[in-house]
Design a protein around this ligand. Sequence first.
Ligand code: PSU
Ligand code: MN
Length: 337
Amino acid sequence: MLWPAHRSHVCRRGLRSISSLAQAQAKGAPVDVHPEVQDALAHGKPVVALETTIVTHGMPQPTNLDTARAVEAIVREQGAIPATMGIIRGRIKIGLHANELEHLADIQNNTGVVKVSRRDLGPALALQRDGGTTCSTTLMFAAMAGIKVFATGGLGGVHRGGQSSMDVSADLPELTRCPVGLVSAGVKSILDIGRTLEYLETLGVPVVSYSETDDFPAFYSRKSGFKSPWRVNDPIAAANILHSHHQLGLSTGALFAVPIPWEYESVGLQLQKFVEQAVEEAEQQGVHQWGKAATPWLLKRVGELTAGKSLESNVALIKNTARVGGQIALEYARLAS
Ligand code: PSU
Ligand code: MN
C-alpha cells in the first residue's frame, strides 16, 4: 500500500538533520549568512564549507589562522566561494568575516571558545558562546544552507577502544543526516580506522577514495592498510555521486578520502610511531574520561613529539583537500544548474 503523502512527509521530517535556512530564520534562529555566500547560494554558484575546530582546537597559533586563510584562498582559486563556519557570541555564522575568523583563531588559549559538535549547539547558542565547529556542526550548517561540499583535514571516527568506551565521534552519524560530500584526508591513525569504516558501512555512508588506488588514506600517510569500497579520480565523478544522492532524496552524505600529496608520504611513515606513542600515553592517562578533549590532546601531543613535523603535513593535506573540494563543488554546480 502506498503511504499517504502526508505520512511520508512526516517521515522525512523525522529524519531531517536541521531546518532549512529559511525556516530557521523565520523562527528567529540566530543564523547569519555572509553576503558573499548568500549571493553564491542564490545564484547556484559553487560553495565549499570549511570547519573551525581545526582553528580553535586543532592547530597552534599562528598556523591556525594562516592555514584557515590559505584554505579559503585555495577554494577561491578553484572558482568556488568559501563558507567558513563558526559561532560568534551565540550566533551561527555561515561564512565568517575576516575579523570573526581572527577572533576565533585568537581566543584559543583563553577559556572562552568551545568546541561545538551537535550536542553542544543548543547550549552554545543559548549561552551566547564563541565556538569552533567540528565536522558534525559544519555538516549541519552546510545542509541547512544547501551547500553540497565540505573540505577538511580529518573526519572524526571510532576511537581506539571505542567498542568498549563508546567514544565514537558525532561526525559519523551526522553524515547520515546531511547530504554533503565531506572531503578529507581520511581519518587519523589516532583512531581505529577499521572500525570507523565498519561503522560508516552500517550507517550507509559511501566511502570513496579520491585517488588512483582504492587504499583508504590515514591522514599523514597515503595508506591505512584498509580499502575503500569505492574509488574515483576526478571531480566530475565525485560530483555525480553527490548528484545521485540528491536525485534520490537520500539524506546521507559521502566521504571522499583524498590522500596526502606524495612528497609527504615518507614523513608520514616516520610520524606513525609518534602517533602510536601519543595514543599509548593517552591511554595511560585515562583518555576515556576526557570526553571531547581527547582528540585535541592527541593532536597536540603528536605535534610536540614530532617537533612540528606533523603540523607541516597537516597543513599540506588540508590545502590539498580544499583544492579537491573546490573542484568538486564547481562540477556539482554545473550538474545542478
Ligand atoms: N582530526 C584532525 N584534526 C581536527 C579534528 C579531527 O586531524 O581538528 C577535529 C574535527 O573538527 C573533527 C573533530 O570534527 O576534531 C572530532 O572530534 P571528536 O573526536 O571529539 O568527535
Ligand atoms: Mn568523543
